[in-house]
Design a binder for this molecule. Structure first.
Ligand code: M6R
Length: 614
């Protein structure tokens, strides 16, 4: 989604704004721009440079037409209203005002209609009207600060805003409602950014604006006001240096780096949830979730989008099997509009890497309003979901930059399995022996992931073959059904090959009609209690010409010798924790297919990392 960065500085800002935009690239965008307060002889002048497409186009534009000054805002736009072209790119100008926006102004049509007689609009965006409203208010006698405060009071929808105003050379205005925005504190300078990653090279002292907050930044002060325009203090968070280390290193893509980080990231998740030394899950007290009570819970509702939702689907099997705890999984965008029947004695858990996904956040708030206890399982502990829920639970995967989620997925699975074991223990469904067995199996996962990563050369060869197809299928049973869905999602989002995931038993109810000679089918089937059933389904499609890639273990390979076109042999894994290990080959398969096709792996077309609009 759109990214914002702004600097009110004591030295030139253009290069630093562009560097900040590059850090925001991972969020997904289709145009970029900067606005700089230039100091002309006649006074300050606001100038902008914008370009369609990637940031290097903007860099070229700035090289041809240099612009610099000590105050500026910059933006990467992910188009919602109006096509992705230079004219619709931010910053938007109106009179003395330059403005960048992330989110959607829902009442823009009414606001625009109200101004049509006095204002000429240049773009198709929902954003431009906000710049006009501020400028119009100043024309009618308001000070810059009054005009800004008045304007945000007129807006409905979700937004984060950064504003600079000609004649106010020392002030940067910011507001946050619905879309995240952070303030970075510097030495004789201050900054705004969509997240701490954008600000990583500028500041580690971060203030996260709260819902409805707005702020006025100068070089040496930051004044914050709440939704009622009352001055407020917000805590300063020191972000870890690891954010600054969100670099690609020697890897060709962030996605590959993040795939290879998984032994370590899963290890970090485990350290948080498991007491490996004592072969047990940590207690709620040890997790600083003192009042988290699974014992008396009637139901858990997991809400999420995309890959996080597939992690939640896997967790449904775990919560039901290990804890006998009825569990619903809901796609967040469907949840609140279907007016779900919620039982009071249940808990909603939002699963989200970013902790900012608009649909998941809205669903979480809906549950809060209905009186449910809420928890957020997130990668960003400073995110809105973490701050607004009763229980914030980290996955500790570290910054995930590739748009395609990989290490966050395996850490979500690891945390959810740990929580399912924990609830099984609390509900008396798991005895000490079983707890030891399950936690010991979990502690093996980082090693098993390392062993599975060694399959990469084989997977690369298979991926070349896969990249020649237009359609592919993934299938699995039990916990490997959601993994089939995730495998298909990974392949389509980065390689643009059409792919579908199915419960293995479901193909013959319709999709098998699509199988013809050579159709690739990836079968996920470790040698567990469902193996024979999955192999029967595999044979049903093989008989009809499907080209099978079987992902299994040694025992599975021995039982299916000669049946599959190719067999990837993963290390033997205890059945509950298998999806965490089997996620690796499906990630590598999608990655190499995409690399072979030459797509933009880390920033696939049309996609955004953090989807902050509904
Ligand atoms: O930040 P979140 O986990 O809430 O994001 C949810 C989805 O947008 C995300 O998982 C998306 O599906 C990824 N592109 C998948 O790779």
């Amino acid at each position: 989604m759109c990214g914002i960065i702004g600097i009110v500085g004591n030295q030139a800002v253009t290069d630093r704004l562009i560097e900040g935009l590059k850090r925001l690239e991972y969020r997904g965008y289709d145009s970029a721009g900067i606005a700089i307060m230039e100091n002309a002889v006649s006074g300050s002048v606001l100038s902008r440079r914008r370009a369609e497409g990637k940031i290097h186009n903007l860099v070229e534009r700035v090289a041809k037409e240099p612009v610099d000054g000590n105050l500026g805002i910059a933006h990467t736009r992910w188009a919602t209203h109006g096509i992705a072209n230079e004219n619709n790119a931010h910053p938007h100008f109106a009179g003395r005002v330059g403005l960048v926006h992330n989110g959607i102004i829902e009442n823009f049509t009414q606001l625009r209609d109200g101004l049509k007689k006095v204002r000429k609009f240049q773009t198709q965006t929902d954003t431009e009207v906000v710049a006009h409203l501020i400028d119009e208010a100043m024309k009618n006698g308001a000070s810059a600060q009054e005009a800004f405060a008045k304007t945000i009071g007129q807006l409905t929808g979700a937004f984060a805003l950064g504003v600079v105003i000609e004649g106010e050379d020392q002030q940067l205005f910011a507001a946050r409602r619905g879309s995240p925005l952070a303030i970075g504190l510097g030495d004789g300078e201050n900054y705004i950014g969509s997240d701490a990653i954008a600000l990583a090279s500028l500041s580690q002292k971060i203030i996260y604006l709260e819902e409805g907050d707005w702020a006025v930044l100068t070089t040496d002060s930051v004044k914050i006001f709440d939704a009622d325009n009352a001055p407020v203090e917000r805590p300063i968070t020191m972000v870890s240096g690891s954010l600054a280390a969100a670099e690609k290193g020697n890897y060709k893509h962030y996605m590959l780096k993040e795939i290879y980080e998984q032994p370590e990231t899963v290890g970090r998740t485990l350290t948080h949830y498991i007491d490996a030394f004592n072969h047990r899950v940590k207690t709620p007290e040890e997790l600083e979730l003192e009042t988290l009570d699974f014992k008396n819970l009637e139901r858990v509702t997991l809400i999420a989008c995309g890959t996080a939702a597939y992690a939640a689907y896997v967790a449904k099997y775990w919560f039901e099997q290990l804890a006998d705890l009825p569990t619903d999984v809901d796609i967040a965008s469907e949840f609140r509009y279907r007016r779900p029947a919620l039982s009071q004695n249940s808990m909603a858990i939002a699963v989200s890497q970013s902790g900012e996904t608009a649909d998941t956040l809205a669903a979480l708030r809906y549950c809060q309003k209905k009186g449910l206890k809420t928890a957020a399982l997130v990668n960003q502990m400073t995110s809105t979901m973490a701050r607004e829920s009763d229980y914030a639970m980290p996955i500790n995967a570290g910054p995930e930059i590739g748009v395609a989620s990989t290490k966050a997925f395996t850490s979500q699975l690891t945390a959810l399995l740990s929580l399912a074991i924990s609830s099984g223990v609390q509900r008396g469904h798991i005895d000490k022996k079983r707890e030891t067995e399950l936690t010991d199996a979990l502690t093996q996962i980082p090693r098993l992931i390392t062993e599975t990563l060694a399959l990469e050369p084989e997977i690369e060869t298979l991926a070349h073959d896969l990249s020649k197809t237009e359609n592919a299928f993934y299938m699995g049973r039990g916990v490997h059904f959601p993994l089939a869905l995730e495998g298909a999602l990974k392949l389509k989002e980065i390689s643009y090959i059409h792919a579908e995931g199915y419960a293995a038993g479901e193909l013959k109810h319709g999709p098998i009609a699509l199988i013809e000679e050579g159709t690739p089918v990836v079968v996920i089937a470790p040698y567990d209690e469902l193996f024979e059933k999955t192999v029967s389904n595999m044979q049903e499609v093989a008989t009809r010409g499907a080209k099978i890639t079987l992902i299994t273990d040694e025992k599975g390979a021995a039982h299916t010798a000669g049946m599959a076109h190719a067999t990837l042999v993963c290390p033997e894994t205890q059945s509950e924790s298998a999806p965490i290990v089997y996620a690796i080959p499906i990630q590598l398969l999608a990655y190499h297919a995409a690399v072979h096709l030459g797509t933009d792996v880390d920033q696939p077309r049309n996609l955004a990392k953090s989807v902050t609009v509904e």
